[in-house]
Design a protein around this ligand. Structure first.
Ligand SMILES: [Cu+2]
Length: 142
């Protein structure tokens, strides 16, 4: 019994690498990141997978202490989650079509910046701007 408990304690401490598919069409319609919202912990990472071609991911908002990031088009790319807060990102070729996503890391410490900048990005989304609202609604507040 003791060894099982130890094993469980060890596996739960492993950082998780989340996989986000970049898709022309998926469960949420056309031009999507799936999953589009992730609730992660500090130490986790997110890998963007070029399932369909012609996409990349670029940060628009990052937690305080993080650098902005940008993946090369059609290449797998991993973002390390080193600080608490919300990453808001988009696919530059398909921002107009609502290809956006969010990663919450621990507590949403950057809500003020996120809300302010989300309004600005929303104005650039011609199709499905409601995706911005849907993502914001999934952020859990402390
Ligand atoms: Cu795209």
């Amino acid at each position: 019994m003791a060894s099982i408990a130890l094993l469980l304690a060890c596996t739960s401490s492993f950082a998780k690498d989340w996989q986000v598919q970049m898709l022309n069409y998926g469960n949420e319609g056309s031009m999507t990141f799936e999953p589009s919202f992730i609730q992660a912990q500090i130490g986790d990472s997110v890998t963007f997978v070029p399932t369909h071609s012609g996409h990349n991911a670029q940060s628009y908002v990052v937690p305080k202490g993080d650098q902005q990031w940008k993946s090369p088009i059609d290449k797998a790319y991993t973002v390390l989650l080193n600080n608490e807060g919300v990453h808001f990102y988009y696919c530059p070729p398909h921002l107009m079509m609502g290809m956006i996503g969010m990663i919450q890391v621990g507590n949403a410490l950057n809500m003020e910046t996120l809300n302010k900048k989300s309004k600005r990005l929303r104005s650039k989304v011609a199709l499905k701007p409601e995706r911005v609202d849907a993502l914001l609604q999934q952020v859990t507040l402390p």
